[in-house]
Design a binder for this molecule. Structure first.
Ligand code: OGA
Ligand code: MN
Length: 323
């Protein structure tokens, strides 16, 4: 008699148990201001066109998507992100390449230009506070790569190793709602205004290799982006703040310094209220996709005795549309 083993590959073939077809596809919203868990999708197997379409709709509706129980290669990670758009080459990589630094730590070096390794491992493979990247640091609220001319539309993070109870939780917030609920006087104050996005430091505050810390606003390198942007898919307006660092850093163009600082403080206090956020506590083998055009994200500090290794890929964005 042939024995049936559950959970073997034949159960997981697309179309057989309904995996990667609309038969088992399910969107389970978090109940918070954004985010949904997607069930019935396995990125180690081919995904049908109808599910790809449903995934793009779910992303537009929920801004952040969580997929549990994934076991995928970097190629499959890139293919999963490819459902949502073409790849964007990691922007922080060029700073490392410019000074030949990426090769220092093989635990942070991926052979794929569109994959970044986000880990807290040092060059010896053990967890450390500072590894030149995000390390074990708290990562302040930000949107990815807003310091380049055309920032990525989205980012996808895949967890390989996560701390047991040691922090490294990632939160996301809804910047459509933040804009819509902005008090009228603040909406008026930012109408038509732009901000210079400082490219000197990463989101853990670490100065990028080969970069000098600015002493005056005129020395802050980085592109200028509108404070309110229109999402190219939804057509909705979102607040687009980038990240906040001590002066001199991001500033609003055409406004006296003190006024720009005071206005940015008010916008940040409004945009980062807990009511706009949802937090994810990771297990290994999870994939989270977020939209950098209408969300920010934050990571809590990691217990430096524990390992955390994630692979990240980003999706190419479109030139910004000012709102
Ligand atoms: C990122 C990021 C957060 C995290 O990869 O862009 O901000 O949870 N990571 O590691
Ligand atoms: Mn980030």
């Amino acid at each position: 008699m042939t024995q049936t083993v559950t959970g073997v590959a034949s159960d997981r073939q697309p179309g057989i148990a309904g995996i990667n077809t609309l038969a088992t596809f399910r969107v389970a919203p978090t109940g918070a201001a954004l985010g949904a868990e997607i069930q019935g999708v396995d990125f180690s197997l081919p995904v049908s066109d109808e599910v790809k379409e449903a995934l793009r709709k779910a992303w537009a509706d929920h801004l952040v998507l969580l997929f549990r129980h994934q076991d995928i290669t970097d190629e499959q990670l890139i293919a999963a992100a490819g459902i949502f758009g073409p790849p964007h080459d990691a922007a922080s990589r060029k700073y490392h390449l410019a000074v030949g630094k990426a090769v220092d730590n093989k635990f942070m070096l991926s052979p794929h230009a569109s994959v970044s390794i986000i880990s807290n491992l040092g060059a010896d493979g053990n967890p450390v506070k500072d590894n030149g990247g995000l390390g074990s640091y708290e990562v302040v609220w930000h949107t990815d790569n807003s310091y380049v001319e055309v920032p990525p539309a989205g980012s996808m993070l895949y967890s390989l190793e996560v701390p047991q109870n040691g922090g490294g939780d990632t939160s996301f917030n809804n910047q459509y709602l933040a804009y819509e609920e902005l008090p009228e006087d603040l909406k008026r104050a930012i109408a038509g205004k732009s901000q210079v996005h400082d490219s000197t430091r990463n989101s853990a505050g670490v100065l990028r290799p080969g970069v000098k810390l600015p002493a005056r606003p005129e020395e802050v390198p980085g592109p200028t982006h509108p404070l309110v942007r229109i999402h190219p898919v939804s057509g909705r307006r979102a607040l687009y703040l980038g990240r906040r660092r001590d002066w001199p850093s991001n500033y609003i163009v055409g406004m006296p310094n003190a006024e720009s600082e005071a206005l940015l403080d008010k916008l940040w206090a409004h945009a980062t209220q807990p009511k706009y956020a949802w937090m994810h506590r990771w297990s290994a083998g999870e994939l989270v996709l977020w939209d950098n055009r209408c969300c920010m994200h934050y990571r809590s500090e990691i217990d430096v005795t524990q390992r955390r290794v994630m692979h990240r890929t980003t999706i190419k964005g479109e030139p910004l549309i000012a709102g």
